[in-house]
Design a protein around this ligand. Sequence first.
Ligand code: GTP
Ligand code: MG
Length: 334
Amino acid sequence: MIKYCKGCGARLQDNNVLLEGYTNDLTNDLCRRCFRLKNYGEYQIVAKTNDEYLEIIKNVGKTKSLVLYVVDLLSIPEHLESIKEYLSNNKVILVLNKKDMLPLSVTDEKIIEYINRTQEDVFVDKIVISANKNYNLDRLMNLIKKHRVYKDVYVVGSTNAGKSTLMNKIIENYSVDTSSITISSMPSTTLDEIRIPFKDFVLIDTPGIVDSYNIVNYITESNIKKISSHSTIKPRTYQIKKGQALVFEDFLRIDYVEGERNSFTVFVSNDITIKRINGKRHNDLKDLSRKELNLKYHEDVVINGLGFVKTILEGKVYVYVNKDVSVFTRKSMV
Ligand SMILES: Nc1nc2c(ncn2[C@@H]2O[C@H](COP(=O)(O)OP(=O)(O)OP(=O)(O)O)[C@@H](O)[C@H]2O)c(=O)[nH]1
Ligand SMILES: [Mg+2]
């Protein structure tokens, strides 16, 4: 009998320890990797190519089913609408997750209004939720009922957006099933589709698209844990003069190189240490790749996977970070 791991969706096998889905006993419900991740927090990297993920998402496109596109509010992609390239025939609900990370002053209305202002509208609905805190899940269930086309409803999005966490909360709140899907702060936790039947529909978790421009691919495991802390961000504001710089741990530096005295408010995990330095006197992290960005009035500097820095006045910054991490400016979100 073919059996799939209830944690990550991989097909269970007892032949090769090195391949996904390995277990020493095929009567187990979990593969060894999920067992260790759930019980000891040990993470084991699995090599999966982006082509495999694209294949999965293209297949979702062929089904014409309703799709929940889950996005981490702290890492909103620059072009949300590009998901529709693969899902042109699907109705897609945009699910903005991890609301609990943002200060309470950032209301759902403000977030949705911001998305409407800055992104092309390709979604049948948009909703702000917190899977961790069960926030707005009832409303989401109603949206699923309202827009569902067939029995199957897919959950897609970048790795670490919180798809499996959302699935687990829906299982906890709305199903008699007691199994739970594996979640972790590390990328590529879910490895294959996982189908969970509910009264009127079947929800299908999918592996996240690995975003190769996300900072999580280029920092240490201990820094990944720091950037994905679960406590509400306390924004940190720095009055900053030309020539000064902010240094984030050992992976990011932002130099303010042109402009009047400005104010930088940093929205990143509270566990990340930030130092303000005299940029001319200290050369820390200048060996990282440099990106030059011009600031307009009221813009955010977004560091994909980490968070953003809200600025006020016009000016110019140099951002030093791994060359593959995407960094861009946008109109202020908050
Ligand atoms: N603060 C906060 N963290 C969340 C929330 N939802 C998920 N997370 C965290 O985000 C990380 C990734 O969660 P997963 O559910 O494994 O993400 P995923 O989208 O299934 O990831 P892959 O399976 O790798 O594609 C974990 O550390 C979760 O605890 C949320 O609503 N708020
Ligand atoms: Mg997952």
